[in-house]
Design a protein around this ligand. Structure first.
Ligand SMILES: Cc1cc2nc3c(=O)[nH]c(=O)nc-3n(C[C@H](O)[C@H](O)[C@H](O)COP(=O)(O)O)c2cc1C
Length: 369
């Protein structure tokens, strides 16, 4: 049965991209989520997709990437669509409007999106208030950013950790969105080292060991990639999310919006973000879980991310083009791919496209097939 989303997709396409997103979000908020997606969301996930990471039990590895639900309006409705986890945010310390519109563009022919939203955010107070109203079930992470006009970037992230630590299953330090001036510079070795050290000790003061992850950009030099790997291992960061949107414009983009300023996501991001993922897996020697994100639109794409080193995956842009049925398609396809390659779990498949044995956190040796 076609989901309602597929039926209303032509109408949504005719709306400006941001209005279509707001309309979908409002509908989900009002309880229409289960009608937009397929009924299959109610079926239990195949056991082969289950895994335990950071002490959290993931029923499946397919997550909703940051940016879809910036203000934590619908995390539970999105979990009910079949996601194994949902990341809300990016949330800034104080509310801010983001960049002037238009700031979101749909690249239909390229199955891509360009955004220069610039962290439009209702702020920490609003997000934490909503999260505190939840009956907690299902894994929800909170992605933290900084205000555009702040003088103290580290202070903004610290506030986010202090406020959200007890309300989130994991936290993300986002230093990789391209639309906030100066943000990506925080990925440079010296700045990143002192930022992560400070944030690790802020987390200590909260008394709860909420996992702290770092989300990185795909547009990094070889030196920056090596530095980041070293710094996250030294600072005791729990995981990496690879990657955010790209400011590059790969050759061959067809859509008329291809030269808009902002971060490009979707299909053209798949290859560069997967290459970066594989490299970060190698540079961190498989010692911390990675979340692979960028251009996933099928079970094969999700499987390629896992084989490149991801323990979990996330998606956003493909949802815009395919609707929420995609989540269940990816999960069932992934279960078949794992089984047909003889893997009894995701953990067994992680990093097996790397060509070299690797030691997982559990200490067991994983030899590529
Ligand atoms: C409209 C839009 C808004 C986004 N906003 C955020 C954000 O606030 N914080 C963040 O870390 N990533 C944000 N992202 C990046 C996504 O989380 C993801 O890293 C990226 O889009 C690649 O995945 P995809 O190709 O599946 O979309 C945004 C992406 C899009 C398309």
């Amino acid at each position: 049965m076609a989901s309602l989303y597929r039926l209303i997709l032509p109408a949504l396409r005719r709306l400006p991209r941001e209005a279509a997103h707001e309309l979908t979000l409002r509908a989900v908020e009002l309880g229409a989520g289960r009608f937009l997606g397929a009924a299959a969301a109610q079926e239990p996930d195949p056991p082969v997709l289950a895994q335990r990471l950071w002490g959290l039990d993931f029923a499946n590895p397919v997550g909703l990437a940051a940016g879809y639900d910036k203000d934590a309006r619908v995390p539970d409705a999105m979990l009910h669509l079949g996601f194994g986890f949902v990341e809300v945010g990016t949330v800034t310390a104080r509310p801010q409007p983001g960049n002037p519109r238009p700031r979101l563009f749909r690249l239909e022919q390229d199955q891509a999106v360009i955004n220069r939203l610039g962290f439009n955010s209702g702020g920490l107070d609003a997000v934490c208030e909503r999260l505190s109203q939840r009956i907690r079930s299902g894994i929800v992470g909170v992605n933290l950013g900084k205000n555009r006009d702040t003088d103290d970037a580290a202070g903004d992230y610290a506030k986010g950790i202090l406020r959200a630590a007890r309300l989130a299953d994991y936290l993300v330090v986002n230093v990789s969105s391209p639309n906030t001036p100066g943000l990506r510079e925080l990925q440079q070795r010296a700045l990143l080292g002192s930022l992560l050290e400070r944030l690790s000790s802020v987390r200590e003061t909260t008394g709860c060991q909420v996992p702290l992850l770092l989300k990185i950009a795909p547009d990094l030099t070889a030196e920056e990639r090596r530095d980041i790997a070293q710094v996250v291992l030294e600072a005791g960061i729990d995981g990496l999310i690879v990657s955010n949107t790209t400011v590059e414009r790969p050759h061959g983009l067809l859509s008329r919006h291809a030269h808009e300023t902002g971060g490009l996501s979707g299909r053209p991001l798949f290859t560069p973000s997967t290459a970066l993922l594989a490299e970060m897996y190698r540079l961190t020697q498989g010692r911390l879980p990675l979340i692979g994100v960028g251009g996933i639109a099928s079970a094969e794409d999700a499987y390629a991310k896992i084989r490149a080193g991801a323990s979990l995956v996330q998606l956003y842009t493909a949802l815009v083009f395919s609707g929420p049925d995609l989540v269940n398609q990816i999960k069932s396809g992934l279960a078949s791919l794992l089984k047909s390659d003889g893997f009894a779990s995701i953990a067994e498949a992680v990093g097996t496209a790397q060509g070299a044995p690797s030691v997982r956190r559990s200490g067991s040796l994983v030899v590529p097939s």
